[in-house]
Design a protein around this ligand. Structure first.
Ligand SMILES: Cc1ncc(COP(=O)(O)O)c(C=O)c1O
Length: 362
């Protein structure tokens, strides 16, 4: 069998090996059913067990109680950019957004289709290299919600804690690139969503955790599939859901539990990122793209002294078995995405490679 290499891809991204091994067996036959997970009806008993376990494990990891519904939807986080305001932003109402990068901007663009958007804070002035100070956010008078992007995949910045919405507003979050990577209190959120393909599973399934009282709001007529209430009422099975994605997300939740839960996983993620940030901080050769204090534990962005050396770094690192390190074009340089399933040893290998490359080219 081909040996796996270290995959620093920003998403779809590396998945836990024990999960992949289990999936290999379950593709052939889910348990002793004699039918593979891809081939089971979404309405049969075996899949009932799969989706119920995924939801239960999601709830127990993040302390989600009955006040919130857990939904497994399709269309990626990009669909949530418009589903959230379409369902919950009243005609003429205002939603506040913190603009911390490309994904926030896309979310803002969609919200403007349904109501007013007030930008409560932004880091666009310095090409999104930092997270605005939470105390400096200035919300509008009575927004429906305050939306933020907890981790900025492209720029490599991350909120250290969540902003507080004004009284009467609920908190909404795009958690796609740091979902379940550290302890989170989802009871503080009105709507939390995350595309799975970075921290939680394969592309094609999106986790949405939504406060149940919000499901009762009906701001406008919407197609049935676009209403949160439809999916909540039907247990995410109004139509045929992404069964394999839900299965795999459930396996990843179980794997996180096996790691000791979010507290321990968060510590592991901190240690992994520190291996790389320590090299950046100790080196005069590299420049970290994100400002200290708001750097991401998931996407470590950095540059060498020149675009030519950046290109050489990417080429040589790939030859050394480190793939996916080229940075996004809007930031340049390199990006090491080290989500939940990325192994600590891979960070050690990259740290050594970085030191060696700096020595040879500095
Ligand atoms: C923070 C963030 N939000 C949203 C998206 C878009 O997600 P999707 O491709 O699932 O629509 C991404 C994808 O990389 C992302 O990183």
């Amino acid at each position: 069998m081909t040996e796996r290499i270290y995959n620093f891809s920003a998403g779809p991204a590396v998945l836990p090996e024990p999960v992949l091994e289990q999936a290999r067996e379950d593709l052939w036959s889910l348990g002793d059913s004699g039918v593979g997970i891809l081939e089971h009806s979404h309405r049969g008993g075996p899949f009932d067990a799969v989706i119920e376990a995924a939801e239960a494990d999601c709830r127990s990891l993040a302390g989600v109680g009955d006040d919130h519904a857990v939904l497994f939807l399709q269309g990626g986080a990009s669909t949530q950019f418009f589903m959230l305001p379409a369902n919950l932003l009243p005609e003429g109402g205002t939603a506040d957004y913190v603009n911390t990068g490309s994904w926030s901007k896309k979310a803002i663009k969609e919200a403007k289709l349904y109501g007013n958007v007030h930008v409560a804070g932004s880091s666009e002035d310095e090409n999104f290299s930092y997270i605005p100070d939470l105390a400096s956010l200035s919300c509008s008078d009575s927004p429906t919600y305050l939306h933020f992007t907890s981790n900025n995949t492209i720029f490599g910045t991350q909120f250290q804690s969540e902003p507080t919405p004004p009284a009467g507003a609920f908190l909404a979050c795009d958690g796609s690139s740091d979902a379940f990577s550290r302890p989170i209190d989802l009871t503080r959120y009105g709507v939390y969503y995350a595309g799975a393909q970075k921290n939680l599973g394969p592309s094609g399934v999106t986790l949405v955790v939504i406060r149940r009282d919000l499901l009762e709001r009906k701001e406008r007529e919407l197609p049935t599939m676009l209403r949160y209430a439809t999916h909540a009422e039907q247990g995410s099975r109004y139509n045929t859901p992404p069964t394999f994605g839900i299965y795999l997300m459930g396996r990843v939740f179980r794997w996180i539990q096996d790691q000791g839960g979010l507290e321990l996983l968060g510590k592991q993620n901190e240690e992994k990122a520190a291996l790389l940030y320590d090299v950046l901080d100790e080196s005069a050769f590299y420049e970290a793209a994100a400002k200290a204090g708001t750097r991401s534990l998931m996407n470590v962005t950095f540059r060498t002294p020149s675009p030519e050396l950046d290109a050489q770094f990417v080429k040589e690192s790939l030859a050394a078995g480190l793939s996916g390190l080229k940075g996004h074009r809007s930031v340049g340089g390199m990006r090491a995405s080290i989500y939940n399933a990325f192994p600590r040893q891979g960070c050690q290998v990259l740290a050594e490679f970085m030191k060696d490359f700096a020595q040879r080219n500095g």
